[in-house]
Every structure is written in structure tokens, then in C-alpha cells.
Design a protein around this ligand. Sequence first.
Ligand code: AP5
Length: 214
Amino acid sequence: MRIVFLGPPGAGKGTQAARLAEHFGVPHIATGDMLREAAGADTPLGRRVAEIMARGELVPDDLTNQLARGRIAQRDAEKGFVLDGYPRSAEQARALDRALEEIGAALDVVINFEVTEDEIVARLSGRRVCPVCKTVYHLVAHPPRVAERCDRDGTGLIQRDDDREATVRRRLEVYAARTRPLVDLYRGRGLLKEVDAMGSKEEVLGRLLTAVEA
Ligand code: AP5
């Protein structure tokens, strides 16, 4: 099962990608997570990536393409993957086509998460993350057992730098300009399924499974 998740920031892609990947026994590949790791390195490249992400802009295609291509060629992705946050531009979509061709594979389905702007703002402003194990929480929808502490390791939760209001606004603009056109691209190829991403995580997962397995 080779699945791509498209959708605006905060739509719940990462939350559902982890669940769907577990369901199908395939890796969850998130370029955002890979880039956050790269941004943590105290190197000129790491600092450049961190600065771009903090502004809510897209990291240059050549770097992202290289990361994604290397990851989907790994052995654990042979049987499939859930690709979360990639591709995000027309050039990345072309690079994904080439990378899949190299390994003799093709996408099965592209899911577009549909969610209102009010819900995006509510989800992103309430998101908290464990800086150690990366578990994602939400202050209202998925709070930790002890306020502001990770359930797994007790670490103090943090807010992602790019979840601040001004950056969220920029990320939404970048999504509309660079990534949203991919919805039509994949619709034209007959791969696109729209999924209503409003409602509880369980409701959304149910709709996703129906869409993917149909
Ligand atoms: P990335 O990390 O990919 O961020 P994103 O796509 O903007 O998506 P988010 O992680 O913000 O949201 P999500 O849809 O995964 O939602 P989540 O499940 O966490 O990218 C970050 C940056 O990296 C980019 O801006 C860019 O700079 C760079 N980058 C990444 N990929 C790139 C690429 N391919 N090319 C170039 N640059 C790239 O949910 C959000 C919150 O809502 C959570 O708190 C969660 O608990 C909660 N929630 C989830 N589902 C529900 C629900 N059903 N009900 C209530 N709350 C819910």
C-alpha cells in the first residue's frame, strides 16, 4: 500500500498517518519530521533548514527530494508506506514519480484531508509535542494525563516554533500556492480520494480506512 497524504497544516495528517501505517504494517514517512531532525544539527545546513521552517516556507526541493528518495528506497518501505507532507510542490511530485519509477513502484491512492480553517487554527494552537519522543498531544482533544508533561517519559511538552500565529498564516498561504495544486494533479490521474477530516480521530480513521480499502 503506497499512500500519499495531502492537506493543509494541522489537518491531522501526522496523527492519522501513524495509525494507518500501523494498520498496514508499513513505515510512516514524514518529511516534516526528517527536516526537523536535520534542523536540530548544529551545522550550516541544519541552521538554514531551521530558519526556513521557522518562517513557514518550504525547504528547497532538491534537499527534500533527496531525503524522500533515500527513505522510500529503504528496505522497510518495499511493501509500501504512508507519505505524510510530501510531495508539496509540482517539482516534488515529478521527483516522486522518478523515485517510484526507479524502484518499480506506483502510488495506490492519494488522500486529501478536508478541514475548515477555524479547525486548523484550533488544532495548531492547541498542539503540544514531546521534544524527546516526539509524541503529539492536543490541549483539548488529546491532553496528556499530567498537564504539560509527556505520558511516556514525563518530559515538559513544547509548542512547535512554526505553530505560532504569524507562521501558521504563512504556512496556510504557502500550502494554497504550492501544494493545493497537487490535488488537481492527482485527481486527474484518478488517484485522489477526498476525506472529511472534521470530527474525532476515530471518526476520521474510519473514513480513511473506508476510502483506502474501497
Ligand atoms: P510538517 O511537519 O509536515 O507540517 P504540516 O504539513 O504543516 O503539518 P502539521 O504537522 O502541522 O499538521 P498535521 O496535518 O500533521 O496535523 P497533526 O496530526 O499534527 O512540515 C513542517 C515544515 O517542514 C513545513 O512548513 C516546511 O517548512 C517543512 N517541510 C515539510 N515537508 C516539506 C516538503 N515536502 N517540502 C518542503 N518543506 C517541507 O494534528 C495537529 C493537531 O491536531 C495535534 O495537536 C493533534 O493532536 C490534533 N488533532 C489531530 N486530529 C484531530 C482530530 N480529529 N480532532 C481534534 N484534534 C486533532
